[in-house]
Design a binder for this molecule. Structure first.
Ligand SMILES: Cc1cc2nc3c(=O)[nH]c(=O)nc-3n(C[C@H](O)[C@H](O)[C@H](O)COP(=O)(O)OP(=O)(O)OC[C@H]3O[C@@H](n4cnc5c(N)ncnc54)[C@H](O)[C@@H]3O)c2cc1C
Length: 369
């Protein structure tokens, strides 16, 4: 039997546990203090293919992550609330930009079957299909049928329900005693640090300084019976405005913010709510402040190059880590969790195709190990 501790029950911790649990010999304990968890606050857009990011490692990882979801749906029998393949519409304000986006979609679709079919929608088609939008704000858009929406909180609950892992809802502390590594005083054979923005604090307990920073994200939920939104509406990513994600009939999320100067603060900011609402009002007919039903706040982890990192923690043979997933962690998270589980199980993993080494995200000057 191999005794494994996972610290963090967001998307990385939950998918790592799910894949580790496939091996009967693994006994898994997950420690989670769900304060500010990014996974449960997230908008849940899975659609990396039209991104302008140039980082090829990230694109490969996001592509693999997006393609893994349909497999996870089957393996863990995820329901439609956890994952729904509703498609994504990315709009543009000029015909020139629309043509550029169309070319990008065409060039990426051959190598990414998970994109499904790609269509160009005119302003009139947008108006006919999504009547609650102010269609005159766009000059058309590109629709990708393989785009999806994930409810992070529900997804994690469903994944963990499919494992024998025990969940301890407690803040974890990590300590080294000679060759042993302890989590909350208990000894484990192997440890996976999947604690998002909290990873830096944990790694500091081992004498290392992780180059990861917290980023606050907020989004608003609105609901009104007059909003003509169907549950399976495509995710809409309007150029220059916040994203729109249906979360039920007549219900919509608008967001999200990327606030780099708020540390781990989780308070709802009125100015930010007004800003998100105003962005929604630019593209949605009849949206008012009284329709806001909830505000989600979470803390993402981000790195200097905005890329995630994962693998064995430098200097330790039995500790693995993943962090820095930033604003696309629900997309990349399942692929990262799967690779970590393979490595923990001593199976080969091709890390270099997907990320820089973990040591790149440690500050050498602050190492006292
Ligand atoms: C507002 C918002 C919108 C987003 N929208 C999208 C989107 O549309 N698409 C997308 O792909 N991504 C999106 N993201 C990003 C995505 O949510 C994150 O990148 C991803 O969820 C990170 O997963 P994680 O498992 O690394 O960390 P988390 O989900 O943060 O999970 C880490 C867990 O570890 C716990 N923890 C930390 N320290 C300890 C400790 N010492 N002991 C015990 N537990 C601890 C934390 O409390 C937390 O529960 C969004 C994020 C936010 C905040």
């Amino acid at each position: 039997m191999t005794k494994i501790a996972i610290i963090g029950a967001g998307i990385v911790g939950a998918t790592t546990a799910f894949f580790l649990d496939q091996k009967a010999d693994n006994q898994i304990t997950i420690f989670d203090e769900p304060r500010g968890q990014a996974t449960s606050a997230a908008a849940g857009i899975i659609s990396p293919w039209l991104s302008k990011r140039r980082n090829q490692n990230w694109y490969r990882l996001a592509n693999v992550g997006a393609a893994l979801y349909p497999q996870l749906v089957n393996m863990a029998q995820l329901d439609e609330q956890a994952y729904a393949s509703v498609g994504t519409l990315v709009t543009r304000t000029t015909l020139t930009k629309l043509e550029d986006l169309w070319q990008l979609a065409q060039s990426r679709s051959t190598a990414a079957p998970q994109m499904g079919h790609v269509e160009q929608w005119s302003q009139q088609q947008i108006e006919a299909r999504l009547p609650f939008l102010k269609a005159d704000q766009f000059n058309g858009g590109v629709f990708v049928s393989g785009g999806a929406r994930v409810d992070g909180k529900h997804l994690v609950t469903q994944l963990l329900a499919h494992t024998k892992a025990s969940l301890v809802q407690q803040k974890a502390r990590i300590a080294q005693r000679q060759t042993q590594i302890l989590v909350n005083q208990e000894s484990f054979d192997k440890i996976v640090i999947a604690s998002g923005a909290g990873a830096a604090n944990l790694v500091r307990q081992l004498g290392l300084n992780l180059l990861v920073r917290p980023q606050k994200g907020q989004l608003i939920e609105v609901a009104d019976q007059h909003l003509a939104i169907k549950k399976n509406m495509p995710v809409i990513m309007p150029e220059g405005e916040r994203d729109l994600i249906a979360c039920g009939p007549h219900r919509l999320m608008i967001g999200a913010t990327h606030e780099n100067d708020q540390a781990f603060d989780l308070t709802v900011s009125n100015a930010v709510i007004d800003d998100l609402l105003s962005s929604g009002q630019n593209v949605i007919e009849g949206l008012t402040k009284s329709m806001i039903t909830n505000v989600r706040v979470g803390t993402r982890a981000y790195t200097n190059d905005f890329a995630p990192f994962f693998g064995k923690l430098t200097g330790f043979s039995n500790i693995w880590i993943a962090s820095g997933l930033g604003s696309s962690g629900l997309t990349t998270g399942p692929a990262i969790g799967k690779m970590l589980a393979q490595d923990v199980n001593d199976e080969p993993v091709d890390y270099p195709s997907f990320s820089l080494p973990v040591s790149n995200y440690l500050s050498s000057s602050a190492r006292n190990a």
